[in-house]
Design a binder for this molecule. Sequence first.
Ligand code: BTN
Length: 338
Amino acid sequence: MNREKINRLAKILRVLRSGDPGTSISGTYLAEQFGISRVMVSKYIRFLEKLGYVFDKRTGLGYTLIKEPDILHPVEIVSRLETRLIGRKYHYLVEADSTNDIAVALAIEGTSDGTCIVAESQRQGRGRLGRVWLSTPGKGIYMSLVLRPDIPPKDVSQLTLLAAMVLATTLRNLYGFDAKVKWPNDVVINGKKVAGILSESQIEPQRVRFIIIGIGVNVHHRKEDFLGPFRYLPTSVALEIESRVRDAAPKRQELFCEFLKNFEYAYNSYLTQGWESWQKTLNELSMVLGKYITVDTGKEMVAGIASKLSPDGGLIVRTPEGQIRTILVGDVVHIYLH
Ligand code: BTN
């Protein structure tokens, strides 16, 4: 579908959504607003129906939008997106090997800062440290952002933390969860992993060429979708909502667009005011700071108190022997709560 048609459908959708629930919008009004014929209006409505939108159609009254599907189709996303840069270039795929691979290829071709790639499912969703990312079709958000920040290469891991922090904040604001960031790349609710981030970058000695922030969020997954083995207990937004006996089902597009909006704000402020301005929020949202932890660095296990984050996004651990270790790459495997 070309960009013009996507934009037109997104605008029509916005008009149909406007007004109180149950409001009818007449075909004549839509035709006049968009300078198109009534026949064209019904064609657009049929297209929206194919995407899963449900209308009450009454002769003489017009169209009432009564149900919206849970989709990440460009028409839906363009109709909701409130950003200026992040996600404005949007690539949507029904299936991909890995959205991170597509993002890398597009970045090499020169795609602009803020480009976003989303797939409904991934054949080879990748996690950190060579793991597989469960990408059940239609149930999660599988997305990659291409970023081109003007920062020194040593700071790239700050952006992974920034994205994790924004996602945790978004989950808190939308659903009231006690979402936390588990250094360096996980978002957890009640000790269970709801999302993970895989960042990949191309750097030159003095500058960052691009960074890919790949994010996987479990949204509609049921317990039976999580066929192990998992290193951490997984959960989903839907399961956590149900555990609090709230009936509102999550909508992926709402979470996705809200995350992009919040991320754009954080990214801009990070670029203009620096990393320090986010340290406080990150400390508050961190699940590990102040706790006795064990980190698997791939080469050794380091145990001690996670005392703070280093300026470049690493984790500073004070061992029982009094050593201060800065871990740049690793996996927190145990958090001792008492
Ligand atoms: C992790 O927790 O190990 C990171 C998981 C990252 C998964 C996302 S899903 C979208 C993007 N494409 C991938 O292949 N991986 C990331």
